[in-house]
Ligand binder design. Structure first.
Ligand SMILES: [Mn+2]
Length: 264
């Protein structure tokens, strides 16, 4: 695979193994002059099933068809985390999944242009009660303190996460107390990563809705109280399947551009 440094990428929310939607995303990427796609987890890495294997073929096929150099993704909660853990990263820290498909593991950092990117995938499955371990649910779905530590505290420009940082708007669900605890634990960890890396932009998926907010937190600067802030953009999913589920990112200089309703 030719590795090119993307100048402009299409950001995409959850795809859930939906090959048809990935086709639409690659087409949109091409229409908007994007070199690559950056997908924010619940990609649909299920190579233990025929459908999952077919999906990986479809990703490569659509990327090639629309001239997309690479479909990059971070992990969500609904991936086969056991198989992901068995894969080895390339020298540059990405994991090659297919001809034009690469996975950015939790804690991975990379630079395109003068822009530093970081990945922190994973989340808690609120629907785990309906899932079967090893078939449709895997332990290790949640980002750990070690993952946050691996990401480190050097400044980032863009942090890509599956879950939202605590404090950003999400959707309200009635959860059992234990589930509620785990659900917020993940968001606390993402917030910790945000505070440590102070990115200009955080983009996430997971909640299947389009949200936009400015997240601020107090910092102690030489004993003086000051404020740090970041732009947080949550993207919708294949279930929504429209402009809310994608956006365009100009890499250098960094510019986030909303998905356009009139193009589909
Ligand atoms: Mn999802």
């Amino acid at each position: 695979m030719d590795q090119i440094e993307p100048q402009r990428v299409l950001l995409a929310g959850d795809t859930h193994g939906n090959g048809k939607w990935v086709g639409t995303l690659c087409k949109l990427a091409s229409l908007h002059g994007c070199d690559a796609v950056l997908q924010l987890g619940d990609f649909g890495y299920w190579p233990h099933t025929d459908k999952g294997l077919r999906f990986l073929d479809q990703v490569d096929w659509h990327a090639e068809r629309y001239g997309i150099s690479c479909f990059y993704w971070i992990d969500g909660n609904h991936e086969n985390h056991e198989m992901l853990a068995g894969l080895e990263a390339d020298e540059d820290g990405f994991v090659t999944i297919g001809e034009r498909c690469r996975y950015a593991p939790r804690g991975h950092r990379w630079r395109w242009g003068r822009v530093d990117f970081g990945a922190l995938g994973g989340a808690f499955s609120m629907d785990h009660h309906y899932r079967v371990e090893g078939v449709s649910w895997w332990p290790n779905e949640m980002p750990t303190d070690a993952d946050v530590a691996n990401l480190g505290d050097a400044p980032l420009d863009v942090l890509l996460c599956h879950d939202a940082p605590e404090g950003a708007p999400i959707r309200n669900f009635e959860l059992q107390p234990r589930d509620e605890m785990l659900c917020s634990l993940v968001r606390e960890r993402v917030l910790q990563a945000v505070k440590a890396t102070r990115p200009e932009l955080v983009v996430h998926g997971h909640w299947h809705r389009r949200t936009s907010s400015e997240l601020s937190w107090p910092t102690d600067c030489d004993g003086e109280l000051s404020w740090a802030s970041t732009q947080v953009e949550g993207l919708a999913a294949d279930k929504q399947g429209d402009h809310r589920a994608w956006a365009v990112l100009d890499v250098d200089p960094l510019k986030f551009i909303d998905g356009q309703a009139e193009v589909s």
